[in-house]
Design a protein around this ligand. Structure first.
Ligand code: F6P
Length: 328
């Protein structure tokens, strides 16, 4: 029979994402609701290894639902990648009296959670929190919607100056190996071209498209480039390439960078975090373990970590077609 859970621990790990605080709040308050002790470990897996934690109650998380970042801090722990590090983490959980964990983070967090759950008999539930939206088993990760809105707002501003100076801007957005942010913000901001890792459009096609834009009377253009794009050139090299080949264009580059990870979470991300984390705690109390929670077709769903990490979660290529039509 599964051991009765009296204490649940929570971490935020990997790249932070807006809505992580709403997620922590939901874990802590659901524990309080069910009269379960809750402890928050600082700096993700590293805090678990070091036993760096705080006992949290319903009031510890007041007024954080609207705050970006994570009050528990985040990190990418090298030590947790080792068997010894994970053993230390398991020992420190035992010492803190922690029976189960909620792990909020992205693919690195889930990979760590999966290995940890195979090696140690401590139930864990993963909650997808990353702006990249690159986790399967959920249509949306916590933070993605906020990041999209941040990016669209930034591109709108870039558009103003691009248009005043008749310039072409390459705007690099985050997304590591996934084009979700680039594709959706590109359509939302009316970009002329969108370059994503999932679809190598090639340099010739980019030049053709820019020539077409000029011919059609456009005086300014925005090209959104995902940081993991496979075109073979980084955003600055791309800008140089276009300047060499299309000297009529006055080209500038903006790398949006880490500002995409900050800011007040949208209502969507707060609600998503709340729904997923109530479920995460309830799953643990129901004796479930080693799963991730997600939102599929607006229903909270669960799957194993393997599916979350390797399952199908493809970008909507129809959006590329829509972008092509609308950027005429
Ligand atoms: O949060 C995910 C992500 O934003 C990726 O898109 C990016 O490659 C990475 O984090 C960069 O994070 P850091 O600078 O913290 O290593």
């Amino acid at each position: 029979m599964a051991k009765k859970i009296k204490t649940i621990g929570v971490i935020t790990s990997g790249g932070d994402a807006p809505g992580m605080n709403a997620a922590i709040r939901a874990v802590v308050r659901t524990c309080a609701y069910y009269h379960i002790r809750c402890v928050g470990f600082y700096r993700g897996y590293q805090g678990m290894i070091e036993g760096d934690y705080i006992t949290m109650n319903a009031r510890s998380v007041q007024n954080i639902i609207s705050r970006g970042g994570t009050i528990l801090k985040s990190a990418r722990s090298q030590e947790f990648r080792t068997k010894e590090g994970r053993q230390r983490a398991a020992d420190s959980l035992k010492e803190a009296g922690v029976d189960a964990m909620v792990l909020i983070g992205g693919d690195g967090t889930f990979t760590g959670g999966q290995i940890f759950s195979e090696e140690h008999d401590i139930p864990v539930i993963g909650v997808p929190g990353t702006i990249d939206n690159d986790i399967a088993g959920t249509n949306f990760t916590i933070g993605y919607d906020t990041a999209l809105n941040t990016v669209v707002t930034a591109i709108d501003k870039i558009r103003d100056t691009a248009s005043s100076h008749n310039r072409l801007f390459f705007v690099e957005v985050m997304g590591r190996d996934a084009g979700f942010i680039a594709l959706n913000s590109g359509v939302g901001a009316g970009a002329e071209e969108i370059l994503i890792p999932e679809e190598d459009l090639g340099l010739d096609r980019l030049l053709e498209s820019l020539k077409r834009s000029k011919r059609s009377g456009k005086s300014s253009s925005i090209v959104v480039v995902s940081e993991g794009d496979k075109i073979g050139k980084n955003v600055y090299e791309l800008a140089d390439y276009v300047t060499e080949n299309l000297p009529d264009y006055d080209v500038r580059v903006t790398v949006l960078g880490h500002m995409q990870r900050g800011g007040t979470p949208t209502c969507f991300d707060r609600t998503l975090a709340s729904r997923l984390c109530v479920k995460a705690v309830e799953l643990l109390l129901d004796g479930k373990k080693n799963l991730m929670v997600g939102l599929l077709n607006n229903e909270v769903a669960t799957c194993d970590f393997e599916t979350g990490l390797k399952g199908e979660h493809t970008i909507n290529k129809e959006l590329l077609r829509i972008s092509d039509i609308l950027s005429i």
